[in-house]
Design a protein around this ligand. Structure first.
Ligand SMILES: [Cu+2]
Length: 644
């Protein structure tokens, strides 16, 4: 039986396209921005109703009229259920537009003339054009036209790493509706033109002269297969069950995450998703100053997903899920192996040796990894969700790929970034991710508490001044809930269900443990911050609304700002003992270094959700010991000892 939250199949996506065409809603200038599952009402899902009609939510954009449309299509009843037009917004740029924009720039006489005059480049075929949304900086055309302001690079040969040779000082401006270059912005510096870095620098295997040696095979074998069961996009593993989702905008999503606790199927998270991310750059120089990418709302994290490869991206016994989307013209677009799922050994889960009994007990930790990797032009983002046997849920984002580079003149030292190679410059920047966590802990009526650890003051009851305790503040309204991390109080958050108590009479709870984070360095008046108000706080809590999905609003591309979390939270709605959503903004400050070049070793950021009175005792207390193995050496100790 299919779960109602399973993503659309390719047949369903094509049916949606077909029905919209049949209803006369598609013109020759229509682009399909996304076709995704319109999720059924939550109460029906919780009620176990699998008989609900399947629906698709479709975002279209007519480049002829510069108008966006939103449609709901009933796939079960084969009709367009609703269709509305929205003026003045720019939906996510499609992959087709990325390709067409590059071609438009490469055939532009204005651009070719500037290339020749400034850099003596005759052959535009070696030039790479990365689309980059024009964003919004208070200029009328950015509000009224669909625009890109690409960054350009030149390869030294057709398969070279082009990012090693940035073309500083030139940014074509492309009208994506007409698909033509409307002007080429040329920036100058009084000291003379920026150089084109001479040296190429590569990472591709066929360009590395000598590989390091001595790496012996490391095989992961699971002779009896994996411990998970898969049915469509439904997964069961070690008491966990969930539905894996995927769409063009958010990429990988998790749905209806439950844990079977002594035979009872207990709900934990209803939906977990990346809602937005923004990468603001910190250099006020002319080519760099407008760089801030909204990788979800402008480019579509799912649309940019990779097709993953066994043995390279993922190791072990893998189950892959495909992602079904459509091209901007409504043709089928399936990314095979877009999501990888496998089990990983994660060291020791728990251990204790009672020295009096000589019976060491140890259990190995195994985690279920569900992951997806997206390439947004130069950068790669890997999204790794982990489920653990002790009830933990973790998100780890891996940042890798290639820095967004510029050129620097001989002998000069950058103030707002670092030289990563001669004449090659990487500006300082930050990456802010926003994740939406719709908890349904043993039901939908949940409350979020902010937990600060405080020390007692000196006094009779604290004679040695050692006392400290956790102080939980129940968050009652949206404004009360907005908060930053606080290292001084070791601040965490707790999601509780006050109607369900655990074995010690406390409300069942999960704790939210933040990881690394940062504050934005740009002023609140910076244009990108007006559009990305979600960076104003690390934590936000809102009452659940199925149409409040994206932290920077539904249409952040070229938006003028003020939408999303900042707008919703102003209502200051009550959030106590109701269906609540926790939104977490996490920032990574990236001061580039030569070691990030030519390709970056992954950096990590994330958080953990930890049961905290959800279970009555360590849920992994029932794990069987692993079979002890003989060591392969003649001097190995006995088999019992070696696994301790
Ligand atoms: Cu970075």
């Amino acid at each position: 039986m299919r779960h109602p939250l399973e993503p659309l199949s390719q047949q369903e996506a094509q049916l949606a396209v077909h029905l919209l065409r049949g209803a006369g809603k598609v013109t020759p200038t229509t682009r399909f921005v996304s076709v995704s599952l319109k999720e059924p009402a939550k109460e029906l899902v919780h009620a176990g109703r699998t008989d609900q009609p399947r629906e698709a939510f479709v975002v279209l954009f007519d480049s002829g009229t510069n108008t966006a449309h939103e449609a709901v299509v009933s796939l079960t009843h084969e009709r367009v259920a609703s269709f509305r037009s929205i003026q003045g917004v720019q939906p996510t740029m499609t992959v087709d537009e990325q390709v067409e924009c590059e071609q438009a720039v490469l055939r532009s006489d204005k651009f070719k003339a500037a290339l020749k005059r400034r850099y003596g480049i005759d052959d535009a075929s070696l030039v790479m054009v990365d689309i980059w949304s024009a964003g919004y900086y208070g200029v009328e055309e950015e509000r009224t036209r669909r625009l890109a302001r690409p960054l350009c690079f030149v390869r030294s040969d057709p398969t070279d790493n082009g990012y090693a040779r940035p073309i500083e000082g030139l940014r074509p401006v492309v009208d994506l509706n007409r698909m033509e270059v409307i002007r080429v912005e040329e920036y100058e510096r009084p000291e003379g033109d920026w150089p084109l870095p001479k040296a190429s620098c590569n990472y591709a295997a066929d360009r590395i002269e000598k590989f390091r040696e001595g790496i012996k095979p490391l095989e992961i074998t699971q002779p009896q297969g994996p411990s998970f069961e898969v049915n469509g996009y439904q997964v069961k593993w070690q008491n966990w069950s969930l539905v894996v989702g995927f769409n063009a905008r958010e990429g990988l999503t998790l749905h209806h995450v439950r844990y079977a606790d002594r035979g009872k199927d207990r709900s934990i998270l209803y939906r977990a998703s990346l809602t937005e991310m923004v990468v603001p750059y910190g250099d006020p120089g002319p080519t760099q100053v407008r760089k801030n990418a909204f990788d979800v709302g402008e480019y579509g994290m799912g649309m940019c997903a990779n097709s993953l490869r066994l043995g390279c991206d993922c190791l072990g016994h893998i189950h892959y899920f495909d992602a079904h989307m459509v091209t901007s013209r409504g043709e089928p677009l399936t990314i095979q192996n877009a999501i990888c799922m496998h089990e990983e050994d994660y060291g020791i889960l728990w251990k204790h040796t009672d020295r009096r009994l000589e019976t060491p007990e140890v259990r190995r930790s195994r985690r279920l990894v569900i992951s997806s990797v997206s390439t947004v032009e130069n950068y790669e983002y890997g999204f790794f969700w982990y489920l653990y046997q002790d009830g933990n849920i973790q998100l780890e984002v891996k940042l890798t790929g290639i820095l967004s580079l510029g050129a620097f003149a001989d002998g000069e030292r950058p103030k707002y970034g670092a030289l990563v190679a001669p004449n090659v410059y990487a500006p300082n920047h930050q990456h802010f991710f926003n994740v939406r966590l719709d908890f349904d802990l043993d039901g939908t009526a949940n409350t979020i508490q902010q937990v600060d650890v405080v020390a007692d003051s000196a006094g009779k009851s604290n004679p040695f001044e050692n006392a400290f305790r956790a102080q939980a503040t129940t968050l009652r309204t949206e404004k009360e809930a907005r908060a930053h991390l606080n290292l001084q109080t070791g601040r965490t958050w707790k999601v509780i269900n006050s109607q369900v108590t655990n074995g010690v009479g406390e409300p069942v709870a999960y704790r939210f443990l933040p990881g690394d984070n940062a504050f934005p360095f740009a002023s609140e008046n910076a244009w990108w911050r007006k559009r990305a108000g979600f960076v104003n706080y690390h934590v936000w809590v809102t009452p659940y609304r199925d149409d409040e999905r994206f932290a920077a609003g539904d249409y952040p591309n070229q938006s003028t700002g003020g939408d999303g979390l900042v707008r919703w939270a102003e209502q200051d709605r009550p959030i106590e003992n109701t269906d609540v959503v926790l939104w977490y903004t996490m920032g990574h400050t990236h001061l580039p270094r030569p070691e990030d070049y030519p390709v970056m070793p992954a950096a990590y950021i994330g958080f953990v959700l930890k049961p905290s009175g959800f279970f009555d005792l360590n849920p992994a207390n029932d794990l069987p010991p692993s079979a002890a193995k003989k060591m392969g050496l003649a001097t190995a100790t006995d088999s019992k000892a070696c696994c301790h």
